[in-house]
Design a protein around this ligand. Sequence first.
Ligand code: HAM
Length: 414
Amino acid sequence: MHDILPEESPYWEKVRQIVFELGQFYDFGFIQTPILEMQGIFERTLGLSSDVVEKEMYTLKTKGGDELALRPEITAPIMRAYIQHGWAAAPQPVKIFYLGPVFRHENPQAGRFRQFHQFGFETLGSEDPVVDAQLIQLAMALLGDLGVKGLICEVNSLGDKLCRIKYRAALKDYFRYHIKKMCHNCQHRFKHNPLRILDCKEEKCREAIAKAPQILDFICDDCRSHFKKLLEFLDELNIPYLLNPHLVRGLDYYSRTVFEIYAEDRRSAQAALISGGRYDGLAELLGAKNVPACGFAGGIERVIAEMKEVKARVPQRPQPKIFLVQLGDLAKKKSLKILEEFREHGILMAESVSRHSIRSQMNIADKLGVKLALILGQKEALDNEIIIRDMAAGMQETIPLAKLIAEVKKRLKS
Ligand code: HAM
């Protein structure tokens, strides 16, 4: 977990701005769910054998005995909100976006943190593959608008629950002959969740995985047609995609479409910038009626690292053109009022009201390269006047305080 320092803030502001711009354009509503949820929300939906639930969730028990978790992701909470607020009765689909911190007790390494931040977009209440395509389009556009280049989207279909029963059995049959030579993690997954073996990055497991049966040979006609339509939409949109038959994702709630978006140059680092997919069965896992849905989330820290890598442009803070210098108790008191007046007039002004020496304040004004210094000394404060100094010309003039704003506006214009 780490502090996000002020110098990082132009990147965070840019991400926030683009997420909100796209959210508004595509007509998604913004939601903020609590950081703490009932632990069961995640256990029932991400899967007990998923890495997130099994190893990475921060959990706590309240004095009243409630078992809570710091949210390790935000999709399950969104579905919880959909059910809780009766959104099934609203016009479908319901489109929601969010942005906030999530927590996973992972081994810290490049691009992997224990507290990180996600933005995400979820469309609930439609099974139409056009929704999946639009979300992928939105995800690509978002990264593009942030200046990230060379994007590639990996896609796969996991079929539905029934397709996966057949596929799981085929995987078990296949890996039975290889599992002894595979890593400890894969041996564990073989027992509990054989699909996740396909996700293993260990060199010694890769050979067996490369020849494993592929899900696309096991999915039913409906799921196949859903996937085919999605690919047709992506072709139409000219979105660069790559079929990855081994893309299974780490969370159990997925069905049909799954996707991950990478910056192509850094794909080998296996750090997806954005990941998502369809989760048609998630509502049922929470005990509600079926709600077909699809969405994605992006890791803000990873996206910002990529923005820095490609030297993406971020807006810099506007620089003040005026500096207020003060000397003495009365001047200090008046300074705060003057500052507030400038704020009300929308004129940016720098100051250092906690300093005493005029010279040190003038040095700061110099360093900032302001056009005007406003000097309020003891005499000026008593006489309700102020000195305006043109820093470049070195000329100064004393004027009544009451005329200050008008005079500054005039000089800034010229
Ligand atoms: P996820 O793949 O677990 O999916 O996380 C989404 C994104 O969060 C990843 O692509 C990555 O950018 C970022 N991320 C994940 N773990 C870390 C970490 N430890 N440190 C930094 N960044 C990380 C989900 O969370 C799903 N809820 C996505 C989704 C939304 N599926 C459907 N709707």
